[in-house]
Design a protein around this ligand. Structure first.
Ligand SMILES: C[S@@+](CC[C@H](N)C(=O)[O-])C[C@H]1O[C@@H](n2cnc3c(N)ncnc32)[C@H](O)[C@@H]1O
Length: 201
């Protein structure tokens, strides 16, 4: 059965709505991480991934640089009944002091990979081209927060792009019959690259 992007009427401006993780995919990521008790989402936008993470965890820290997005994210968390389990923070995810204060079992990174192209389906192709830089964000997260890191990444990224971070489990996410983006899971116990396709209607 085909479904809309979200089951509730969320609050978001057009760009943030477009960039947000579809609910069915956010649920999938949350189910993969359900053994962890605490999480930090770095670049939480209007909260659509953090909300699903909060359904399976005790506590989620959710950080975004846009005060408007954080305001909308708080509203959206209320719609889904999980506001009490998410601490929303307006701030720069490259701020080492901020990161140092966020203790969590797992970190989810979701930088903007739309780039400057007019075509919304074009994705950037390098670690330094995401906003903020995935290279900086990943390394700071590993240094200050945790080694358990999950990143939602553009469809243009390959194992080669991510090589410097070590091996990962990659999921190629098809939604509405198109490859939309990928999810890369980095956990210390993963010692070789592997890849699967996952499809959602
Ligand atoms: C792909 S969107 C996040 C979508 C969100 N995870 C969701 O599913 O609803 C990327 C977000 O990165 C945020 N962002 C960009 N640079 C940032 C920075 N330096 N610090 C914190 N947030 C940043 C943007 O404001 C935007 O909301």
């Amino acid at each position: 059965m085909k479904q809309g992007k979200f089951s509730r009427k969320i609050r978001a401006d057009d760009t943030s709505y477009y960039m947000s993780c579809p609910e069915v995919v956010a649920r999938h990521i949350a189910s993969r991480l359900a053994d962890f008790r605490t999480c930090v989402e770095l670049c939480c936008g209007v909260g659509m991934l953090s909300i699903q993470l909060a359904r399976v965890m005790n506590k989620v820290f959710a950080v975004d640089i846009s005060a408007k997005n954080i305001e909308d994210a708080k509203h959206n968390a209320g719609l889904y009944g999980v506001a009490g389990r998410i601490e929303f923070i307006t701030g720069d995810v490259l701020d080492e002091k901020l990161l140092g204060g966020l203790g969590a079992d797992v970190a989810v990174l979701d930088p903007d990979w739309s780039g400057l192209s007019e075509n919304k389906e074009d994705h950037v192709s390098g670690l330094e081209e995401t906003e903020p830089s995935l290279r900086k964000l990943f390394n700071l997260t590993r240094k200050h927060v945790t080694e358990n890191i999950v990143a939602r990444i553009p469809k243009t990224f390959s194992f080669k792009t991510l090589e410097e971070f070590g091996p990962c489990r990659m999921e190629n996410v098809f939604w509405g019959d198109k490859l939309r983006f990928k999810i890369a899971y980095f956990f210390p116990e993963i010692n070789e690259n592997s890849e699967t396709n996952i499809s959602f209607d």
